[in-house]
Design a protein around this ligand. Sequence first.
Ligand code: PGA
Length: 252
Amino acid sequence: MPTDLIIGNWKMHKGLVTEALALTEALISLPLFPEREVAIAPPFTVLFPVAERLRHGKSQIKLSAQNVHSEAQGAYTGEISATMLAHVGCSLVLVGHSERRILFSESDEFINRKLLAVIAAGMRAVLCVGETLQERERGQELQVVRGQIEKGLAGVSPIVARAGVVIAYEPIWAIGTGKTAFPRAAQEMHAFIKERLTVMYGLSVANAIRILYGGSVKPENIRELMEMPDINGVLVGGASLELESFRKIICY
Ligand code: PGA
């Protein structure tokens, strides 16, 4: 089994250099379990100073970006390319977060191009998928997630998927709402995702691709979630902004 992966997604918080470095410094001093990989995803403006601090502190904590553009360069005002992120020290990039899909109308096709760009730049892509409450109430959640996985991973070979892809299942109704999916319900979806990955890539590759859960992960529910056989880590928003709550999650 792959090591568990825990990513703190700071979203549009802690974007001032002083506050970002204060949290980074505190995280560097925490003892990390070797069987757990930890990453933080700060806003673009602080990626460079945070990367420097992690390097100087010889920290095992990895740096992730929250978003990327699919093109390498060009007239895309306000955008940032995968090469730029790799250059600044990122080794992971989130693609297709539901806030990007919903608030910025990102399509599965665009997300797929981003994912391919991230991998081509030598980083790992964290493909975020998940259904809305309405879709779940209509019983469409499996179909929705299946479509997001298949379209998001179009053109990705088994060998590339093994090394470069992480999936994050984040039911949209559980993000920032305090409503976590019951571990068993999350497990059901994770098992379904694993089954789809097995169909696409074979069991050995599917076993190597980590499937994270996201949506109101907290110190109080981390253990129960991580006990599920197909949950290989978590993507944490709100609870990653405070040292104490993130510490309890990474050291559960
Ligand atoms: P949350 O966010 O932990 O605050 O629910 C998770 C996410 O959006 O990645």
